[in-house]
Design a binder for this molecule. Structure first.
Ligand code: PRX
Length: 644
């Protein structure tokens, strides 16, 4: 298979679609010629309290200011709930599928509205006000969506911390955004195991003194200590609360949420998204990329702890009045047929998952897929990392039986929603390519000096102008926002990704060009893992790089220099892996640790990561220029003792 493999849109997919190929072209053209007019029209997707008269006001230069619909007033929860009540109050909004196959639940729009209002009132009763930050540390249960929307209802800013993160990671995030309230659960469930959320939260709270109250969902019924005055059971506070809550009027540019994500340096950044532009972008993209049609069941397998869960489990689908599935479990529990069993059980029409899951399932062969029907599926989606053509084709042939288009959606926490992707009913596909930009998105490729590259070429992926859904700043650190995204190539938003563009203008994302790893679709900064390692009393220095990994896409390879006198034993290796798990969370566990008596450094003391990456990837025959190394013998030693 080559770049030339093309899969045209099938007539039965295009029929009745919200956007076909001609419609997509016309829309792209309109968005280009008259962006203000186009987005003013699209803004009608939102239920406004006061419609905007100013559409776009942004600059990628100097101070970098990004504003959309700045004089509009709305409440995101009204667009996601209230406005649907008349027409589809009794339609299922959320299908919850538990970790245990025997457990599920359906929540209608009317019920969801009531649950959101009750929690919003309960939060108000605890003193939470508009603009306050509320951290959610929850499993994939309906209460997670309820809590997000309840924050939106009162204008509180939610910050979700993935349930797999350690107490330390949770406390850093609680402290950074000065949360006043934490919403968590006694325990979570994943793959038949319990996750000790409340215990972790208690540990985190020891160093987060600003948190005044904790609301705890009784989920497993596990025995957890409750601190009088601080901890409140979710069912107690919500049962006591009124079932109607007036939505707070929110300015279009008021924050909706903060989500921490990793960069190449330093601690995770609080990516800040505001209300109207984000909501519009998630609704717009959810409808057109997946060709969502009223009445369809849509399932995104992500966790709400990541941006994919925010945009494509909660905000986008609910703004569109969709039925969205929330899955608490994992693809291989109780067995590796689970995804497809859930698809059949709930008659899922649109299925959206990550390449890492596809590769893991592919390893187990076709059997577990073939024993299910999957006839309900119309559209397949992929997100989070580059999908290799082999996995793409397996997904297409085995899962979708060559019936369903695959939308390979490229985007980032920062972009709020999908930027480069096929539209299910409009775009000819090429396996492994994220294809074309959405209307209103202006990607470009630049060389190392920031020169724009034309035609079929490869380079650094930048975006030339703002789109409604993009992040507005790093929470309380606008300087870092400018530095991270707009300083490498001044005047352009730098994604951190590399990409190739072919003769048809199709984009092929090649992966990160900075020190950010993508492990099973989870984004991690090498600096974070390094600082966790050097925090260990026996470690003097550490350098972390990515290495190719069949299932995870990238694995974590750590070079560790021990303090003088420390023995490099297998036991210590295990101890360090456990240490990183404890410091950051299981997703950050190193796959390989190599003892490094020395690291390859330039004479000015800078670690040459390029060399470390090559050794980790076992590409030691092409190390490139090593003449600037202070001590070239270090490299030979490292090659000789490579792990794996
Ligand atoms: O490298 C790109 C990769 O994931 C990064 C963004 O990670 P995160 O902010 O955690 O958001 C993940 C979910 C949107 C990007 O910089 N990435 C995401 N989707 C794709 C991708 N790489 C290739 N193809 C994709 N479809």
């Amino acid at each position: 298979m080559t770049d030339q493999t093309r899969i045209p849109v099938k007539p039965e997919i295009a029929q009745g679609a919200s956007l076909d190929a001609a419609g997509f072209q016309a829309m792209t053209e309109r968005a280009r010629q008259d962006p203000d007019g186009f987005w003013a029209e699209e803004a009608k997707r939102i239920a406004w309290m006061k419609p905007p008269t100013i559409i776009k006001n942004s600059s990628f230069s100097g101070d970098v200011q990004i504003k959309w619909f700045e004089d509009g007033v709305l409440n995101a929860s009204v667009s996601c709930l209230d406005r649907h009540l008349e027409e589809r109050g009794d339609q299922t909004a959320i299908i919850w599928e538990g970790d245990d196959p025997g457990t599920d639940a359906k929540v209608t729009y009317r019920e969801l509205h009531e649950r959101v209002c009750r929690l919003a009132n309960a939060m108000k009763a605890l003193g939470v006000k508009k603009g306050d930050r509320v951290t959610l540390y929850l499993p994939m249960i309906v209460e997670a969506a309820v809590a997000m929307l309840a924050c939106a209802r009162i204008g509180a800013v939610h910050s979700i911390v993935f349930g797999g993160f350690s107490p330390d990671s949770l406390s850093t995030r609680l402290v950074d955004c000065e949360s006043v309230l934490l919403i968590t659960a006694d325990e979570g469930r994943r793959g038949g195991r319990k996750v000790a959320l409340k215990t972790n939260a208690d540990e985190a709270l020891k160093s987060a003194p600003l948190v005044q109250n904790v609301i705890v969902v009784k989920n497993t019924g596990g025995d957890v200590p409750m601190q009088a005055g601080r901890d409140h059971w979710y069912h107690d506070v919500t049962e006591a609360a009124p079932r109607e809550c007036e939505p707070e009027p929110i300015n279009a540019e008021d924050p909706l949420f903060i989500l921490y994500t990793s960069g190449s340096t330093g601690k995770p950044k609080g990516v800040l998204h505001t209300t109207a532009g984000y909501l519009l972008w998630t609704a717009f993209t959810h409808q057109h990329v997946f060709d969502y049609r009223p009445g369809e069941v849509y399932w995104c397998t992500a966790d709400v702890g990541w941006v994919t869960g925010h945009s494509y489990i909660v905000y986008g689908p609910l703004a569109n009045g969709a039925t969205t599935v929330m899955f608490e479990g994992v693809p291989n529990y109780p067995d590796n047929s689970r995804f497809w069993q859930v698809v059949d059980k709930h008659q899922v029409n649109i299925f959206y998952t990550a390449p890492t899951a596809i590769r893991a399932l592919m390893r187990d062969g076709e059997g577990p897929v073939k024993k299910t029907s999957r006839k309900s599926i119309r559209i397949l989606g992929s997100v989070g990392e580059p999908i290799n053509p082999e996995a793409w084709l397996w997904y297409y042939r085995v899962v979708g039986e060559e019936r369903c288009p695959i939308v390979d959606t490229w985007w980032q926490t920062e972009t709020g929603g999908i930027l480069i992707s096929p539209l299910a009913a409009a775009t000819e596909l090429k396996p492994g390519s994220a294809t074309l930009p959405l209307p209103g998105v202006l990607p470009a490729l630049v060389d190392g000096e920031g020169q724009l590259l034309d035609g079929a070429t490869e380079g650094n992926l930048v975006i030339l102008d703002s789109w409604p859904g993009m992040m507005r700043t790093v929470f309380r650190d606008h300087e870092r926002f400018i530095q991270t995204y707009f300083s490498t190539f001044p005047g352009k938003y730098f994604t951190g990704d590399g990409a190739r563009r072919d003769e048809d203008g199709y984009y092929w994302i090649t992966g990160r060009v900075d020190d950010v790893l993508n492990v099973s679709g989870h984004r991690m900064g090498t600096a974070e893992i390094e600082s966790a390692l050097v925090a260990h009393p026996k470690v003097a220095e550490a350098a972390v790089v990515g290495m190719p990994h069949d299932i995870k896409g990238q694995g974590i390879y750590a070079y560790v220099t021990l303090n003088a006198g420390e023995e490099p034993t297998d036991a210590l290796r295990k101890e360090l892996v456990a240490w990183v798990r404890k410091e950051i969370g299981p997703i950050a566990s190193p796959d390989a640790i190599q003892w490094a008596p020395g690291l390859p450094k330039t004479r000015s003391g800078k670690i040459m990561r390029r060399i470390l990456r090559k050794i980790a990837a076992n590409e030691t025959s092409a190390l490139g220029d090593t003449s600037t190394l202070a001590d070239p013998t270090v490299v030979e030693e490292l090659i000789e003792n490579r792990v794996g």
